[in-house]
Design a protein around this ligand. Structure first.
Ligand code: NZQ
Ligand code: ZN
Length: 394
């Protein structure tokens, strides 16, 4: 078992009409001039954004608004936000949206006090001493950024998507009203659940399998999400199951399901090249890669893959054939992905055959020209990454 620090400082305000507390929360965490950051149309159309802006005006909290964050949020928007915050004297950022908006907010919040170029942090070339505080009103349970220490930004120059993690960036508060997720289309709902499950699976498939409490938490969250998705695909306004999914999304990525074990993250790193190159939805990209990754690495801890098959995917345990049981678990996951409208390979993800040259480019980027490995369960070198992308091409 690994020693660990569990740090999850974000204040969560959960439930119907919880967004009515936004002004109160901003004051609590010292905001006096706010950047309200949001995405495309969803937060305007649902009336959430106007409601929040009215509330800030009524509370006498000055704000500037900056919309237009796209999925796989762009560095150019981050630069725009930094400039605006400096010009307007912003001292608090409010993200109204999902992972992309929150991540864009985190990058802006680093960039305002940072002396150099903010992209250097994502390149691993700098470390911030401080950043502006931020809070969020979550509208899609998926990325888990509302409680996580990470943010992921895409530099349009070269389609390079990089993450940066620092505990400074954990939001001060996260406001979560499950009703705000009623408008999510089925594809985004399913991709969100796929992503949150993967945040826990990246931690579950580990060499250190002697932390039973963490394992039990992970398995029950995974089982619950496997069930909860179907009622909301049938009835998008099913509050009870929207609420399970929203809360699970935070718990599955705030560090709880990683306590005492080493995490892997290879599927995420392989996926980031797919969404960097093809601008696909992150959760769908994960579903396209995971089955191939799992088959490639399962012998590194077969017992764990058998346990996953039995405890999470309800596969009967064939004690005479652990490999067969593990494989049935992966197949059951593929059937689950298909049942919720997710792809299980790259062809299904991008709608055409991927070219060998595109795979080579992704390997080059993912391995940083052969200088970086990824994963823990099996440490993947460039040739392993290429083998997995080839297996996943479909
Ligand atoms: O832009 P709008 O119109 O708001 O539409 C969004 C967007 O098109 C829509 N949407 C959001 N809430 C909605 C809604 N549509 C209807 N009703 C609502 N209530 O959903 C689309 C996707 O939004 P996005 O914010 O991109 O989704 P998600 O939360 O999945 O974030 C994905 C990003 O997070 C990164 C991913 O790589 C990707 O860039 N990740 C961030 C992590 C972190 N910071 O810890 C970890 C993750 O592994 C992930 O890598
Ligand atoms: Zn993710």
């Amino acid at each position: 078992m690994k020693d660990f620090t569990y740090y999850a400082p974000t204040e969560v305000v959960f439930g119907r009409d919880s967004e009515a507390k936004v002004a109160q929360m901003i004051r609590k965490y010292g905001g006096t001039k706010v950047l309200v950051h949001f995405g495309g149309k969803s937060a305007i159309q649902s009336g959430l954004l106007p409601k929040i802006c009215d509330q800030l005006s009524q509370a006498g909290i000055p704000y500037v608004a900056l919309g237009g964050v796209v999925p796989n949020p762009r560095l150019s928007m981050v630069h725009k936000g930094i400039e605006l915050c400096k010009k307007e004297g912003v001292d608090f950022l409010l993200a109204v949206g999902g992972g992309s908006v929150i991540d864009s907010c985190k990058a802006i919040a680093y960039g305002v006090p940072y002396k150099g170029e903010v992209w250097d942090l994502y390149l691993g070339k700098g470390k911030p001493k401080t950043m502006l505080p931020l809070g969020c009103v979550l509208t899609i349970p998926a990325a888990g950024s509302e409680m996580s220490e990470s943010s992921v930004i895409t530099n349009e120059d070269g389609g390079i998507k990089l993450g940066y993690s620092n505990n400074l960036s954990r939001p001060k508060f996260a406001i979560m009203n499950p009703e705000r997720t009623f408008t999510l289309p089925p594809y985004q709902t399913a991709a969100g659940v796929t992503d949150m499950m993967m945040h826990t699976m990246e931690r579950y498939f580990t060499k250190d399998d002697d932390m039973n409490v963490t394992t039990a938490l992970a398995e029950s969250l995974l089982r619950e999400m496997k069930q909860a998705i179907f009622p909301v695909l049938k009835d998008p306004e099913d509050y009870r199951y929207r609420a399970q999914i929203m809360w699970a999304g935070s718990l599955m990525h705030n560090g709880l399901t990683g306590c005492g074990i080493s995490d892997d993250w290879a599927t995420h790193q392989l996926e980031h090249e797919l969404s960097g190159m093809f601008d696909v939805t992150h959760g769908a990209g994960l579903a396209a890669v995971w089955p191939s990754w799992a088959r490639y690495v399962m012998h590194k801890n077969l017992r764990r893959f058998v346990r996953f098959a039995v405890e999470v995917m309800d596969v009967p345990n064939d004690y005479t054939d652990p490999e067969g049981t593990a494989e049935k678990g992966i197949q059951a996951m593929e059937r689950f992905y298909h049942a919720i409208g997710m792809p299980i390979n790259i062809k299904e993800l991008i709608g055409r055959d991927i070219k060998d040259g595109e795979i080579k480019e992704m390997v080059q980027k993912c391995s940083r020209g052969g200088t970086r490995t990824c994963g823990q369960l099996k440490v993947l070198k460039a040739e392993d990454m290429e083998a997995i992308y080839q297996m996943a091409r479909g």
